[in-house]
Each structure stands twice: as structure tokens, then as C-alpha cells.
Write a protein of this length. Structure first.
Length: 612
């Protein structure tokens, strides 16, 4: 949701801020703006639309300020417009603010400020912040070096909701202050300059040393220093963390789009995921975990909880966990789990999956599970992300930064990590199951098989060209293939805007088959040898009604019955989603390209959803 950037140093802030926003645009892209301090005055330049529009604003190249804050917006309060774009100033033009998150009590605060004479010019919740800061600032008669910080802290302690806020004050031209609560924010430390960003990749080309803020911690940035304070403004010490990702991993590297690059990065990404967790001797270890056989044996249930694509990774894990470890396993959508009083206690293990580690619903669900006594594991890609600070155990996918909004390599690496976790649990439990050994062997072969899957993509590209103008596309699968159908359907919706449904193939005849008519496209996924015959029968039902069929399979089937058949390498059915999804990621990608859409930044979506 919204991306924020900040810079203080000796260079002109304007170009650095816009550059940072361009890299954060995947977090939101309906309006953008920057604020700098120019000769002791606050300057704000902003506009509706994409970040690149900022380059056309008169005077933007004349900005001299070496301190500034910036924002790219994904609208929550107030439609996308210049007035609602950030940064926002207070009435006296002393402060400017950018904010990511939602202020839940903004109506009440707006009324309070209005009754004290403040005027508002936007529909945003954010505009109350600079004015509330001004309210406290104007009442403080002590003109010491902490006056700005005090006023900001007094204002923030009245805010409810989630926020990452950067603020400038014209009276303190050598300081910028930030705070966060349930919204991401990192501080990049460099020589004589410091950076702020919602995400590490946006500032990775400037530094690999980062400070991470906890909720309600304040950071005061100057050119040579960053000072930290707790919620009561006691000074605290923090050490930097070094991030191993290199800057080029956040660039397109010659690919047309991040999504295509990330699809092709999957073999490397999952090699990293497997890393030292599983060796050639088929020994599996998770140093992060300390579960005993008794603990695992005593579990009444395992939950996978997540949103969107990450939830599909959980679905892929359910069958594996139940079959290999004999522990009942459920998958839940985080926003549903939270509100249905789930049966969770100290004998429940809750595994949360989140690429970004910042998804508000997933974090809230984790807090709930913890408060019910469950142990919590998070599977995430982002070291130091908010959720890792809440979970009992954090396990990293190591997929490298994922920039495209539609998730690809994050998904496959999540499924790989979950499969490793399943075999690890099976080992701890002492399960004597040939499937476990077979699965381990297959996991080790996955990177090569993924490379093979990506070698020839012509057939899928040609099929995408044929069907890109269609209104509806259906995805069918049974068992584990239904998970792939769901994820493929989501990918297609997200980036092509084609209406799409995924169905458990056996369920189609109980309703949705009414939608199948002459010429409609149906994609069938068949990787489970036990279910192939049943799948073929279900597909025959749609062919009879005139459907065109695209088949993704690793089974020997009579290919003549279908329009196009894409073969993927054989593997253990438990992990077939990792290979079967790849042609379907490309299917969505090529359709989106054919329609001339912005693949990496689909409409209305944001990569990380930090509102509930
Ligand atoms: C957003 C993204 C999806 C993602 C979901 C969960 O909706 O657009 O691609 O799957 O959030 O994100 P997370 O970071 O928690 O995996």
C-alpha cells in the first residue's frame, strides 16, 4: 500500500526521491509527490497519476533542497487526485508529512482540529497529522532542540490505526523524523547521508546497511547521524543490519518486465530456498526450529494462514502435511481466521505465509493465534519484516526481492519451503514413509526441472495470442492440481483483467458447467496419476459443450483430444504445483502483454497490503 521514501545528505534530494518512488511504485501508483526544504521553506510538488508525471511539474528540476520526503499512493481515504496526493502540509506551512497506513480515528481528530480553527483541503486521513503536530508545536513554549520531536510524539500518541510517517519541519532544516506502527519502514545508513524507504530494494543501490524500527520507535535523521527514541522519548541504541541482496536483484536486467524476470529467476530462487536445509545425503534440518517429537505428536492441528497467492502456497502444503506427518491441517484466509473465533490453543501450530511480511491481516491473525497459546512460525521472504518481529519462529524463503505485483518466484519458493518443512516434521516424528524419501529426492531435482520447464515457451505464448481477447477463462484441477488451478486463475485475473474461475473439476457439473459454451477456453491441469482418468472425463464434459482446451500435464495422455498440451517434467505429486504453475504464469503474462497492459503494476492492486 503506498510507498514512502526520504533522503537527507549533501546531494539534491529531488532526483533521489523520485528515483526511490519509481522503485516503490509497485506499492501504489495513483498519485505521487515530494516535499523538500528550500531556503527554510517547505516545498511540495505532487500530482495525480504515475510517479513519472512528477518530472513534468514546473520547477521540479530547480529544487535545491538536500532533505526531503516522498510518497506514491494507493488510495484509501479520498479518490486519487492532486489534492489527496501526499505530502500534506499543516495550515501554517511549517510541517510536511507523508504517511503509509490508515488513521482509524481521523474523524474524531479532524473534528478536534476543526474546533481549534484548523482547515482541511483534502479528503485524506493524513492531513490531520501535520496539523495535529502543529497544534502541539504551537503550544510548546520550550524552544529547545527537542521541540519538533516532542510535538510529533504528542501527535502520534493520539493516532489509532497503522502508520509509517515521515515528517519535515521548516524550523529544523537539518532533521527529518519518522515513526512506525504496523506499517513497514527501513532506514538506510550511508556515509554523510541517510535514506528512508518502505522497502529495502528501493534504496539498495545506495546502501546495504539498514536500521529496522519497532512499533512506536522514533528516529531522528540528520546527515551524519540517526538517533532513536522509544515511545516515551528515552534515547535507545540500535545496530545496523547488513542485507545480502545485491542491487542488481532489484533491477530488470534486460527483461521487459519484472514479472518475466522473476518467472525466469525461479530455478535460482528455489535453489536458494533449498540451500542448506536439505543435503545430498537427504538430511533435512531447520536450525531455526526446536520442535521435539513429543511436541509435534501432541499437536491437534496445524494451520496455514495467509492471503492471496501465499494462501495458495498453504493449500499446496495441506495435503503434504496430512499425508506425510498425519497431522490434521487446515488452510485459512487471514482476514477470515481473525474473525471466526478459530479453535486454536497451545496444541495448535500456526504457520503464517507472507512474501512481504507486512500484510496487515496476516500479522493480526498471527497475534490472535499467539494470544490463544499457539506456537507461530512465519514463512517470509523479507528479513526483519514486521511479521518476523511477532512470530515465535521465522523461516526465510531467500527468493530475493520480488518487485512485480503478481507473485511468481515468491510463490514457488514458499511451496518449496513448505515441502521442506513437511519432510523435516516427518523426520522428527520418525515417520517411516517411502514418500518422504522420494519427496526429498524430488525436491533436490526441482531447480533443474524448473529450468527445463522454462526452456520452450513458444506453445504457451502462441496460445495466449489466440485467446487474449476472451471474456472468461476457466481453470480445472483435482487434488493438488486444484491448487494450481486457483493460483493460475488468480494470476490471470490480476494482470489480464479477464474474468476467470477455478474449479475442483469434479464440482464443475454441479453448477458452473452452465457457463461453458461454444468457444470458451478451459485450462485443465493433470499431474496426479491417480486422478488423470477422472480429469480426462471432466474435460470431455466441457469439450462436448464446445470448449477449447489447454492442458498442463506430466502424464501420458491422448493429446489429440485437446487443443494444446504443455508437458512439464514428472515429479512427486506433492510438489507438482511448483512446475505446473510456471506455464500458467507465462500464460497470464503473455495475455497481459498482448493486451498492452502494465504487467508489473496492474490496476487497483498493490504488492503489500498493509491495511485490513
Ligand atoms: C497482495 C498481493 C498478492 C499477495 C498478497 C499477500 O494482495 O497483490 O500478490 O499474494 O498481497 O501478500 P504477502 O506479502 O502477505 O504474501
Amino acid at each position: 500500500m503506498c510507498g514512502i521514501v526520504g533522503y537527507i545528505g549533501n546531494k539534491k534530494a529531488g532526483p533521489i526521491l523520485i528515483n526511490g518512488l519509481l522503485r516503490l511504485e509497485y506499492r501504489g501508483y495513483d498519485s505521487a509527490g515530494i516535499s523538500t526544504i528550500e531556503k527554510d521553506k517547505i516545498s511540495i510538488m505532487k500530482d495525480k497519476g504515475r510517479v513519472k508525471n512528477l518530472y513534468n511539474l514546473p520547477g521540479i528540476n530547480d529544487l535545491e533542497g538536500t532533505i526531503g520526503i516522498a510518497h506514491t499512493r494507493w488510495a484509501t481515504h479520498g479518490k486519487p487526485s492532486k489534492e489527496n496526493a501526499h505530502p500534506h502540509m499543516d495550515n501554517s506551512k511549517t510541517f510536511s508529512v507523508v504517511h503509509n497506513g490508515i488513521i482509524e480515528n481521523y474523524h474524531e481528530l479532524r473534528e478536534f482540529l476543526s474546533s481549534n480553527g484548523y482547515k482541511f483541503y483534502s479528503d485524506t486521513d493524513t492531513e490531520i497529522i501535520p496539523n495535529l503536530v502543529h497544534y502541539y508545536y504551537s503550544k510548546d513554549e520550550n524552544n529547545d532542540e527537542f521541540k519538533f520531536l516532542r510535538a510529533f510524539k504528542n501527535a502520534c500518541s493520539r493516532l489509532l490505526g497503522s502508520f509509517a510517517i515521515e515528517i519535515l519541519c521548516k524550523d529544523y532544516p537539518n532533521n527529518m523524523i519518522v515513526v512506525r506502527k504496523d506499517s513497514p519502514l527501513v532506514i538506510g545508513k550511508s556515509d554523510g547521508e541517510n535514506y528512508l524507504s518502505s522497502d529495502i530494494p528501493a534504496i539498495l543501490s545506495f546502501t546495504r546497511n539498514f536500521y529496522l524500527l519497532n512499533d512506536y520507535e522514533y528516529a531522528v535523521l540528520s546527515r551524519d547521524n540517526v538517533k532513536f527514541y522509544d515511545k516515551d522519548l528515552n534515547e535507545i541504541n540500535k545496530k545496523t543490519e547488513t542485507i545480502e541482496w545485491n542491487a542488481s536483484s532489484a533491477e530488470k536486467d534486460g527483461y521487459q518486465d519484472f514479472m518475466l524476470k522473476e518467472i525466469y529467476e525461479q530455478p535460482t530462487a528455489i535453489r536458494e530456498t533449498i540451500g542448506s536445509k536439505l543435503n545430498e545425503k537427504l538430511e533435512c534440518s531447520f536450525e531455526e526450529l526446536d520442535f521435539t517429537k513429543d511436541y509435534l505428536k501432541g499437536l491437534n492441528k496445524i494451520y496455514f494462514i495467509a492471503c492471496g497467492t501465499a494462501m495458495h502456497a498453504g493449500l499446496a502444503g495441506k495435503n503434504m502435511m496430512e499425508k506425510l506427518c498425519k497431522i490434521p491441517t487446515e488452510v485459512d484466509i487471514a482476514s477470515e481466521f481473525r474473525y471466526r473465533n478459530p479453535l486454536v490453543d497451545d496444541k495448535t501450530l500456526c504457520i503464517f505465509i507472507s512474501q512481504s511480511g507486512e500484510t496487515a491481516d496476516t500479522i493480526a491473525a498471527l497475534k490472535l493465534a499467539k494470544s490463544n497459546g499457539a506456537k507461530t512460525i512465519v514463512i517470509t521472504n523479507v528479513i526483519g519484516s514486521s511479521i518476523t518481529r511477532e512470530a515465535d519462529y521465522s523461516i526465510y524463503t531467500h527468493a530475493g526481492p520480488e518487485i512485480a505485483v503478481a507473485s511468481t518466484k515468491a510463490y514457488t519458493s514458499q511451496v518449496v519451503l513448505i515441502s521442506l518443512l513437511c519432510v523435516y516434521f516427518a523426520d522428527v516424528l520418525g515417520m517411516d514413509n517411502p514418500n518422504v524419501t522420494n519427496l526429498k529426492e524430488e525436491i533436490l531435482m526441482l531447480p533443474k526441472k524448473l529450468e527445463e520447464t522454462l526452456k520452450d515457451t513458444k506453445k504457451i505464448k502462441d496460445f495466449a495470442k489466440k485467446v487474449y481477447q476472451e471474456q472468461d477463462i476457466f481453470f480445472l484441477g483435482r487434488g493438488i492440481d486444484e491448487t494450481t488451478a486457483r493460483e493460475a486463475s488468480l494470476k490471470l485475473k490480476e494482470i489480464s483483467y479477464i474474468h476467470s474461475e477455478s474449479y475442483a473439476a469434479g464440482e464443475l457439473k454441479h453448477g458452473a458447467i452452465a457457463l461453458i459454451e461454444n468457444g470458451v477456453t478451459v485450462v485443465g491441469i493433470m499431474t496426479d496419476p491417480n486422478l488423470v482418468d477422472k480429469m480426462v472425463s471432466n474435460l470431455q464434459e466441457v469439450i462436448t459443450r464446445g470448449a477449447k482446451t489447454l492442458i498442463i500435464t506430466n502424464q501420458d495422455i491422448d493429446e489429440k483430444r485437446f487443443d494444446v498440451v504443455i508437458n512439464v517434467p514428472k515429479t512427486s505429486p506433492f510438489i507438482s504445483p511448483i512446475l505446473a504453475i510456471v506455464p500458467l504464469q507465462l500464460f497470464a503474462y503473455y495475455i497481459s502483454k498482448e493486451k498492452g497492459l502494465d504487467v508489473d503494476k496492474p490496476r487497483n492492486l498493490a504488492k503489500s497490503v498493509t491495511v485490513e
